[in-house]
Design a protein around this ligand. Structure first.
Ligand code: AMP
Ligand code: ZN
Length: 468
């Protein structure tokens, strides 16, 4: 059984078959952050989900090109620049850098390409020109360029591929300039927004007059530039289905006449303590807020990865505390396996344990079932370790199994290597002091380590660091 995924386009679970005739290359685009603030934990659920998709495709041997755009020009950004009385690059640069740092903290594989909208204005303009030439876009009296849903549908194209829309309720000729609107107010949407005084000095010259791109056209232009007119996978949170992704399809297919994306994947929303995140409710967390509370990126990643991507997930601080316990069980088991296997590495793993894990993920990325397989394996391995029925070679094979699991899960394990560099240097210095029989110095270093929260146990295999 191969990988099956729920495709929002067909509203069904489908076998995943890449467009590449060799079945190897996969093009994947995930709508990236709008860099006007620090990304919150809900955003991170979606980006960790995208990382899971990418890791699992790579686990299956696909050569993935993962593209994630940076939305660095958009309504909220312009407002932010105005309020902060700064420049566009200064304002967005700060949040982009924070985002990329957070991506690392959560151990997400870095996208191969991270195009910025402001660096693709010529591509955006030429896509809009193509839509005008094809008769599905027009310049309105306010100087902005709009996409005509009526003309597009008149060409036999389908607007409403991801979401069923009631066109009888639509008022022909109405326009919406804002990037965000509900399906009840579906109308011609803006591709190019004519310069207005509130934009300050944020505008570009264009053949249709000075202005800036709408949000939806940015993603069509950047995804097709890098991945081609048709590509395999497009991801985002469920709130992007309409209008953002529906408009992306209309713009792209309206310009090329080719099917835009084969599989659309949408992650369900994250609630915090059972409610929609909001600053006034005090349940609004950025990744940094959680790190400041003493949680680690690894614990946060684990918790975000526990629920199926199509289920609403309730994120709680208690759940995060529970993540610590779950990870400690894994760490303890892996630590013992490492001790027993000695220096033996590079074993392939046990297919009997890996196969159920793979079957679970093949079933539309059933991650809760995959975790159940991992914890069954931990329980069984612990019981063998307790009964002393594992040989060093079997322990090394078990480590190989864990490496397979972890190449998809990306949570890693705690080890002495995780101690800060300063602690490792001190440990090394103590070993040297002991070797040269400078016990006074060795004891002084031990005390220093203790003051910094670390203790050393001397084992037959050498010193072992432990956090106090
Ligand atoms: P934005 O930076 O607002 O463009 O959002 C970046 C990504 O986060 C998009 O794919 C959104 O769909 C997703 N997103 C926003 N809020 C949530 C949430 N509460 N839960 C899950 N994903 C979200
Ligand atoms: Zn997008």
């Amino acid at each position: 059984m191969g990988l099956k995924l729920f495709n929002t386009l067909s509203r069904s679970v489908q076998e995943f078959a890449p467009l590449d005739p060799a079945g190897k290359k996969v093009g994947m685009y995930c709508c990236g952050p709008t860099v006007y603030d620090f990304a919150h934990i809900g955003n991170w659920r979606t980006f960790v989900f995208a990382d899971l998709v990418r890791r699992y495709l790579e686990f299956n041997g696909h050569a993935v090109t993962h593209v994630m755009n940076i939305t660095d020009i958009e309504d909220k950004i312009i407002k932010g620049v105005r309020e902060a009385k700064t420049t566009l690059p200064e304002f967005t640069g700060r949040y982009e850098a924070a985002f990329l740092e957070d991506l690392k903290t959560l151990n997400c594989r870095e996208p191969h390409q991270k195009p910025r909208a402001t660096e693709h204005i010529p591509e955006i303009i030429s896509l809009i020109e193509k839509l005008i030439q094809r008769g599905v876009a027009y310049k309105a009296a306010d100087g902005s360029v709009y996409f005509s849903i009526e003309k597009y549908r008149g060409c036999g194209c389908n607007y409403g591929q991801l979401l069923k829309l009631n066109f009888d309720e639509m008022r022909a000729g109405e326009r919406v300039k804002s990037d965000e609107y509900a399906k009840e107010s579906v109308a011609d949407f803006a591709l190019w927004k004519a310069r207005v005084p509130e934009d300050g000095d944020i505008f570009w010259p264009g053949p249709f007059g000075e202005g800036r791109p709408g949000w939806h056209i940015e993603c069509s232009a950047m995804s097709m530039k890098i991945l081609g007119a048709s590509f395999d996978l497009h991801l985002g949170g469920e709130d992007l289905i309409f209008p953002h992704h529906e408009d992306e399809i209309a713009q792209s297919e309206g310009a090329t006449g080719k099917p835009f994306v084969k599989y659309w994947l949408h992650g369900a929303f994250l609630l915090v303590e059972g409610k929609k995140m909001s600053k006034s409710l005090g349940n609004f967390f950025t990744l940094r807020d959680l790190l400041a509370k003493g949680f680690t990126g690894r614990e946060i990643r684990y918790l975000l990865l526990t629920a199926h991507y199509r289920e609403t997930f309730n994120f709680t601080l208690d759940g995060l505390a529970g993540a610590k316990t779950a990870l400690a069980r894994i760490d303890e088991c892996i630590g013992k396996l490492r001790e027993l296997s000695g220096s033996q590495t590079g074993f392939a793993g046990d297919p009997l344990s890996i196969t159920p894990f793979v079957n679970a993920l093949n079933d539309d990325l059933n991650i809760s079932e995959a975790w159940a397989c991992v914890f069954d394996w931990v329980r069984e391995t612990n019981s063998r370790l307790a009964k002393n029925t594992l040989t060093p070679e079997r322990a090394a094979i078990a480590l190989g199994t864990w490496e397979h699991f972890d190449s998809v899960l990306g949570i890693g394990t705690k080890s002495a290597g995780e101690a800060p560099a300063e602690i490792l240097v001190l440990t090394e210095a103590r070993t040297t002091a002991k070797k040269t029989k400078d016990f006074k110095r060795a004891d002084a270093i031990r005390d220093e380590l203790k003051a910094k929260g670390w203790t050393i146990e001397d084992t037959p295999k050498g010193p072992k660091l432990k956090k106090l």
